[in-house]
Structure formats: structure tokens, C-alpha cells
Design a protein. Sequence first.
Length: 420
Amino acid sequence: MFKFRSLVLILCLLCTSVNPNGSPHMIEYFSTLTINEISRIPKSIIEDSILDSSRLIEKYGYPVETHETETEDGYLVTMHRIPRGKHDTNDEKKRIPVLIMHGLFCSSAVWILNGPEKSLGFILADQGFDVWLGNARGNFYSRKHTTLNPDEPKFWKFSWHEIGYYDLPAMIDYILKNTGFSQLHFVGHSQGSTSFFVMGSERPEYNDKIILMQALGPAAYMSHLKSPIFKYLAPFVFTIDTIMSLIGFNEFMPSSELSTVAAHLFCHKDSKFLPLCTNLIFLLCGFNPGQLNVTMLPVYISHIPAGCASRQLAHYAQLYNSGKFRNYDYGSILLNLYMYGSSSPTDYNLTQITAPVAIFFSDNDGMVGLEDVDRLHAELGNPIKKYRLSMTEFSHIDYIWAVDATSILYEHIVKNLKEN
Ligand SMILES: *[C@@H]1O[C@H](CO)[C@@H](O)[C@H](O)[C@H]1NC(C)=O
Ligand SMILES: *[C@@H]1O[C@H](CO)[C@@H](O)[C@H](O)[C@H]1NC(C)=O
């Protein structure tokens, strides 16, 4: 596992040379840290790095519930629920449920890490909503199956297709059954949107259960993305995925104790490694240092990456390479014929998505190109709004951690929730 992490790190280092924003002097940062530097990390930062989602919610004074539901194909996925706001004690009140779905490498934690008033999860709870934070199969909180074990390669044979086809419907049915509502609100960041679009097109009966879908930096068409590291690696990803499967690496960058330790050693505010930590993130997501709270970096890096299957990445690379939003390519005509009845994978039919969709996008999003947003918007069955964020530097990761995300983005989400 550690070796694989190093491999990723080296690949990223190699890629910095093609990134105009990357520091060319990475090697300088490889010097030893002093105990003194480490002891300067604030206690709350260490605490927030170690606590899991439910303990974090508790720490910030909100009610929290943990729910587990079984998907049709046997995965057990976890949701963290903030049933009401911090100062809201009215037990009789009916609160509309909102399901918030994280992006690739992430977990429910990304919606609470910045604390009250700055994190979408807490903001929506304080605004009177019943907040459900989903966790896709395979991440830190959803590594369970009725018969399979995460140590078995078979456990990891899924992409975001299965997350959309099985996990989201299971979560939605569970929430509606539990709350007595017949519809809910949905907010999805990046892969959270991708998987929603899979559900809406492949299981169209679920569209009626959605009041409004708000897509933040939605990844569907990907051929115009700008991320240098992604562009560089995409052509090889299929090979990488195959090789990794052969040697038994099906899980990509699992979240472990190690990453927490590494985060503290390398990514705290005074560390000489800090430029390396920030560059890794900027390489993937776009460059916007002004909106990154560097003090929080150890917390972010401890919770992200939260683990995923390598096939999730491979499937994204296929979208980039093919220019289509379509099913997973098994790489063999026979297998594709068996799975889809045609030699290449079938397209997802976006017209089938009749749930109303509001899209938030930005100019500096490394993973979502403007042309791709236009195409997605044009093909969706019921798009109601396309919202270009006022801050042009806003990046793909800023949706979850921008210092000013509340005024730039979250307030608009709340407004949409209240108007629909
Ligand atoms: C950055 O994070 C620290 C620690 O949580 C917090 O005290 C500080 O107010 C944050 N800065 C900004 C600009 O939000
Ligand atoms: C996509 O779905 C729409 C609406 O149901 C349908 O009219 C159209 O024929 C479908 N397109 C394809 C290629 O199947």
C-alpha cells in the first residue's frame, strides 16, 4: 500500500514539470522536519484530523445519526445524518430531507470539515433541512458487503456506474422510508453528480423522487477538462487499471492511519513540504491558493483520499478519451458484447433525466471544461439553471473547502432549496 502511495507521489512529481503553476523545486522540500515544527500544529487541527464524520458532527454540537443500508448487489453503505440544526429543538417539525453526495476520493466528512457556518452540511441543518451525507461503496465508511470482503479483488469490481445504479437508489429509498417523505433534495459534487446522472438515465423511475438536483462541478462529458495530471495520465489509465488488477491492487489510495500521520508530518502550515501537498491538489483540481486555508490542510489530507476502486478512475479516463458519457468499457469486444449487446459501451441517455437539475460551474475547474458543461446542459431532460460562479478562480476542490464557499456558493444552494 505504501509503495503504491509513493508511486502516485512520484507520478505527481513528474507531472509538476508539465504544470506551469507547479513549483519546479520540489526536491528542496525534502529536508527533515524538526520536533518544534510539529509541536506548533494547533490541537483542534490534530483533533479534526483524527475524528471520523460522526464524532466531528458531535464535536461541533450537532445531533448525529449513523445509518446503514444494503444495496441490491449486497454492499452496505453508510449515511451520516444531521437531523436538525444546532439550536433547533422542535421535535414536531417536518424537515425536508437533503441527500448530499461527495466526489471521487472523498467521503461524508468533506461536508463538515470546515465547521459550522462554513460547511454545507452544517449550514443546511441550521437552515431547517434534514441533512443526509452519503458515502459511496468502497470509501472509508462503506467498506462492507454481505458476502464479499474488501481484501478480495471481487469487492472492488465497480466504478461510479454501480454507485449511481445501486448505492444512490438504496440511499434514497432508505431516506424516504425513514422520513415519510415521497421526494427529497439532492446535492452532488463531481462524482456525486456523475453517479446521479447514471441513476437518472439508467433507472428513470428515480427521477420522480427528486425535488431538485443541484450539481456542483458536474463531471459527465470530460473531453475539455484542463487538469494537466489527468490529461497526462488518462491515455494510460486503462493499462494501469489492468496491471493493477492483475497484481491485486484494486483499491486506489485507501484511507489509512498512515495518511493521517503523513498529513501531519508533511502538510502542516509550517512544513517545508507544504508546497508539495498543495501542488498535488492544485494539479488535479485547478489552482486557487487564495481560497485554501492552509492551516486546515492536515485535516483535509487526513480525510481525503477516503478510498475508492481503481475502476472509478479508469471509467473517468475513458470519458476523457472517448469524449462520450457512456458505460464502462471492458476493453474487449466480447465482454462489451456480453454486457451491452454491442462492441462498444452504450451511451447514458441524459434526456431520460427528467428530475430538475441546476448546474454550478466555474471557469477555473480543472476537471470540468466549459464546453462540457454546455453540452451536458443541452442534453439533460429538465435543466432549470446553469450558474457560472462569480469567482472565476474557483476550482474543482473549492466546492468543498473554499474559504468563501458560503457566500460564493452555499447561499445560492440554500436559496434553491427554499424556492423549490
Ligand atoms: C483557517 O482555519 C483555522 C483553523 O480552523 C481558523 O481558525 C481560521 O479562522 C481559518 N481562516 C479563514 C480565513 O477562514
Ligand atoms: C433517449 O431518451 C429519449 C427520451 O426517453 C428518447 O426519446 C430517445 O430516443 C433516447 N435516445 C436513445 C439514443 O436511445
